[in-house]
Ligand binder design. Structure first.
Ligand code: GTP
Length: 237
């Protein structure tokens, strides 16, 4: 299968995890102490889409997040087949930058009709989440973008971004239905919980059954002691 090339560019504030997302996708690795990027660079990975009989070689461009380099990003994303806008779910500021700056920037400057994705990274830190997920989803909808929560740390959602981008490049009518995916996930979670609850109840019943038996035995023993060896009440027969 001869792969076709697709340039993909990641944009977003410094520190949101662009480099780590790429590293996790290409090398299945995560680095906690990674240096901030000082120049844009790219790395490639090919994915085969058996269902479509096609393969895509993603040329993935990592851009510099620091604000003073923003104007340079245009050089990289203007002819891209896909643009991934990354925010950090624990940083409202990083999401606001997408909404207030990058949205207009890419709408005005990207050529053709690139596939867009909005990615909320660092989902492993969801306890510290600052960005409202519904707001993020609305933003993705406004852009006609694929929406994905990810963790470059544990790999959650990373393959899915590129999988869905590739499908949309191959078949622009491909609908990544987040609601349907969530509904499916929730359904599976609920079923799993129901199964676990049933097991817990069964185990409790078994334990209680054993305990009850032992209480019963104790009671019987006491009664036996009181009433004599056979445990029968009354004296004469
Ligand atoms: P610039 O190169 O400055 O534009 O930043 P960047 O967007 O490329 O971020 P980078 O990948 O360098 O990650 C920044 C910091 O966030 C690093 O300390 C990473 O270890 C950390 N990080 C990245 N992704 C995750 C994640 O999913 N979870 C957690 N907990 N930390 C992450």
């Amino acid at each position: 299968m001869e792969p076709e090339s697709a340039k993909v560019v990641l944009l977003g504030e410094a520190g949101v995890g662009k480099t780590c997302i790429i590293k996790q996708f290409v090398e299945n690795k995560f680095e906690q102490n990674i240096l901030s990027s000082l120049s844009a660079q790219f790395i490639s990975k090919t994915i085969e889409y058996q269902d479509f009989g096609r393969a895509i070689k993603f040329d993935i461009w990592d851009t510099v997040g620091q604000e003073r380099f923003r104007s340079m990003a245009k050089i990289f994303y203007k002819d891209a087949k896909a643009i991934i806008l990354v925010y950090d779910i624990t940083s409202q500021k990083s999401f606001d930058a997408l909404n207030n700056f990058w949205y207009d920037e890419i709408k005005n400057n990207s050529a053709g009709n690139p596939v867009y994705a909005v990615v909320g990274n660092k989902n492993d830190l969801y306890q510290n989440q600052q960005v409202d997920i519904n707001e993020a989803k609305d933003f993705a909808k406004k852009l006609g973008a694929i929406f994905q929560l990810t963790s470059a740390k544990n790999g959650e959602g990373i393959a899915a971004i590129f999988d869905n981008i590739g499908k949309k490049i191959i078949k622009p009518s491909f609908q990544y239905d987040e609601e349907e995916k969530l509904a499916k996930d929730n359904y599976n979670k609920k079923k799993e919980e129901e199964r676990n609850t049933k097991i817990r109840i069964k185990l409790n019943n078994n334990n209680n059954g054993n305990n009850n038996n032992s209480t019963e035995n104790k009671d019987n023993n006491n009664t036996n002691k009181k009433n004599g060896k056979n445990g029968k009440k009354g004296g004469c027969c």
